[in-house]
Design a protein around this ligand. Structure first.
Ligand code: SAM
Length: 252
């Protein structure tokens, strides 16, 4: 097993149903990653199994209580320690999915794919009692500047972005290295059969069989697309002298 991810949530079914599908589901079946969803409610020991309560101070809404989350976290740590293959690892890297966190990027997902284990906390209601965040959370990650109802969808986005970069999950590393954002550029346009559709032809170079020319075309198209669609990331890319010359030629 290469990696273990534990998700703390009050909607385990929602997470598990997504995790069963597609590439992540296959990676779990092939034991390239172990993902466990833990119901925070199992650690709410009052008679109504309440995981939320009203906030202190004036204000609307409910907040997730600290104690059930903390007990759930402790239980995960115990489970991780018990499993032989993880006994020397540090299970305490907890990520809280939050609209207040740093926005998720491909680079961040790549770094997290190198961890042995991660624990992800999904909030709900108005969020989570600040004290448990201070106690266990190392990092807050957002999936964008908008507010969702709960941390489950963001957690699933994060897990998907990480798992596809675990070695062996995709057929080759090239699959994700060629994709948008990995190198700092967007991916070139792609085509499949037939070569002529609605009077639109696949670019000749792609049918030429000349691998060197195709490689150059792909790089040029990546640069042009990024310039056109995402000038904000284009300006941060580290171009070689040759690439700069090509771009300047296009701008003339
Ligand atoms: N009151 C919080 C605030 O204004 O910062 C928002 C709470 S939100 C309704 C409930 C939960 O959804 C959060 O605790 C967080 O786990 C999750 N969440 C919402 N939007 C998110 C986003 N953009 N990225 C990551 N998690 C998000």
């Amino acid at each position: 097993m290469k990696m273990r991810i534990d998700i703390m949530t009050i909607f385990t079914n929602m997470c598990e149903s997504v995790l069963r599908e597609s590439i992540v589901g296959r990676a779990i079946k092939e034991k390239l990653v172990k993902i466990k969803c833990h119901d925070i409610r199992d650690f709410a020991y009052d008679k109504h199994k309440r995981v939320d309560d009203s906030t202190y101070g004036p204000g609307m809404g409910m907040l997730m209580k600290a104690e059930p989350i903390y007990l759930c976290f402790e239980d995960i740590c115990k489970q991780i320690k018990k499993e032989e293959s993880f006994e020397n690892q540090h299970p305490q890297k907890v990520i809280y999915m939050s609209p207040q966190g740093a926005t998720l990027t491909q680079q961040k997902a790549k770094m997290l794919a190198e961890e042995d284990n991660l624990i992800i906390l999904c909030g709900h209601y108005e969020g989570v009692d600040e004290r448990v965040l201070e106690e266990i959370v190392e990092e807050e990650i957002s999936i964008g500047d908008y507010v969702l109802t709960g941390g489950e969808l963001p957690a699933l986005v994060l897990v998907d972005a990480i798992v596809r970069m675990i070695p062996g999950v995709l057929s080759s590393d090239e699959c994700y290295k060629d994709e948008s954002h990995y190198s700092g550029l967007l991916e070139y346009p792609q085509y499949t059969k037939p070569s002529l559709w609605h009077n639109k032809k696949v670019p000749d170079v792609l049918l030429s069989g000349n691998h060197e020319k195709i490689k150059t075309w792909k790089k040029e198209q990546s640069m042009l697309r990024t310039l056109r669609k995402r000038p904000d990331i284009f300006k941060d890319y580290n171009f070689s002298a040759e690439e700069k010359e090509f771009i300047n030629g296009q701008k003339k």
